[in-house]
Design a binder for this molecule. Structure first.
Ligand code: BGC
Length: 414
């Protein structure tokens, strides 16, 4: 009897707490070791405001599975409070009429003053903030296991010639040169990096930002495709379908020497206790030292009928943009803060270099949106590009010239 009364008391108490505390359901795809650690910091910080984090995690790199799950929920009239949505897709969701304004929080906390306009414009729909950015990821990195390179007596490559020479030397030494994950988004991630390295920033902009037909099917694109395909013999047969974090593990464990990937990979190295500059190196991918492909994670808020839920969303928006959160989260995530003017002293050399290059490339006009990560084009166009790139990678007989023409056709998909 006593036990029943006690447990009823606890139930009444927790119900009272639940009435004040908002449940904030957040959709994201941060399920790998480094990602989960970073997301854990967000949960902790939000809960200090008295809200309750309700996890809506959908595994799968780059969020393709998460977007499918989200669409199903929104269509059934039951959206989460917030979702990880980025780039031009924010406008697509805005046009559906389902996003909530967080402009009051943004005004109160002066977001316009601490975000570069290139970032804040993307976070607004019809002039009002509907999303909060949490970071800037750099995509054009090569992750290197220095011990394996030493064994093969090669240096981290800075040009494509050096890259293929190093890959040959590694192969000769019995070391797998490249760790690769054959999934459409990973194919596109490597491909866009090769495109930047081979074609340069202007070519990248014309092809993937302006979607210029002549550039997409021109001779430089053919060269890009050929260079991309030259990487394949240096990967292993089991790469098809491999998740990106397992690819990173291969470099961490010394199964393979290098991975092309954005700096969420650094989160994996750090979560495994590895030290940058010693256990692993971050170097700009061959030919890309003078440019920066960016990928910004952000959260949009959905319109919700319940007042407590709206309070929870405002708390979340405030947390996401707070300097404390932006530091702690990005130290774990591998990225750098989206807020300007942050103290970078706690960041490692990869983070510091990313922050310096971000500024320098913004000034030079070589800061470029990653199309593989939803920064450059609408999702239907991006999906059509993914298909063409993956088909090319998977079919050893595919013609580079014909594939370039298919890219140009894909660019017209809306
Ligand atoms: C996201 C990152 C994430 C990565 C792998 C990218 O598109 O921006 O936050 O870690 O995908 O899932």
């Amino acid at each position: 009897m006593q036990a029943v009364r006690m447990s009823m008391g606890v139930a009444v108490l927790s119900m009272a707490f639940a009435a004040n505390a908002a449940d904030v359901e957040v959709l994201h795809w941060w399920t790998s070791g480094g990602e989960a650690k970073a997301a854990g910091e967000l949960k902790k910080m939000l809960e200090t405001k008295g809200d309750k984090w309700k996890d809506f995690a959908v595994a799968g790199g780059a969020g393709e599975n998460a977007m499918t799950a989200l669409k199903a929920r929104v269509v059934s009239g039951n959206p989460p409070a917030a979702a990880q949505i980025k780039g031009p897709a924010i406008q697509e969701w805005g046009a559906e009429g389902v996003l909530a304004s967080i402009d009051d929080v943004a005004k109160k906390d002066g977001w316009d003053k601490v975000l570069p306009p290139a970032v804040s414009n993307v976070m607004k729909y019809k002039g009002q903030y509907v999303a909060a950015p949490v970071n800037v990821h750099r995509v054009n990195w090569l992750w290197v296991n220095p011990l394996l390179l030493k064994k093969a007596n090669v240096k981290a490559p800075t040009t494509w010639d050096e890259f293929f020479k190093a890959a040959d030397a590694l192969k000769k030494a019995g070391i797998q040169p490249v760790a690769y994950g054959g999934q459409p988004w990973q194919d596109a991630t490597v491909f866009e990096t090769v495109a930047l390295g081979v074609g340069g920033a202007d070519f990248y902009k014309k092809a993937f930002v302006q979607l210029d037909q002549a550039t997409l099917k021109g001779p430089t694109m053919v060269k890009v495709l050929e260079t991309y395909k030259r990487i394949k013999p240096y990967t292993d047969k089991a790469s098809a379908g491999r998740e990106w974090n397992l690819v990173t593990s291969m470099v961490i464990n010394g199964t393979a020497a290098m991975q092309f990937m954005g700096d969420w990979a650094k989160g994996e190295f750090l979560a495994a206790g590895k030290v940058p500059g010693k256990d692993f190196l971050c170097v700009p991918a061959p030919g890309t030292a003078n440019a920066y492909t960016f990928n910004i994670d952000s959260f949009v808020m959905f319109k919700l009928p319940n007042k407590d839920a709206v309070k929870g969303q405002k708390d979340l928006a405030e947390t996401l943009m707070s300097p404390q959160f932006q530091e702690l989260f990005n130290l774990n995530k591998g990225s750098i803060p989206a807020r300007m003017g942050m103290d970078m002293s706690k960041f490692d050399d990869c983070g510091k270099k990313s922050a310096e290059d971000f500024k320098a490339d913004a000034a030079k006009g070589t800061l470029l949106p990653s199309f593989a990560h939803g920064m450059a084009m609408y999702s239907a166009t991006q999906g059509a590009m993914y298909d063409v790139i993956s088909q090319f990678w998977n079919d050893d007989a595919a013609s580079a010239q014909k594939t370039a023409e298919k890219l140009a056709t894909a660019a017209k998909v809306r």
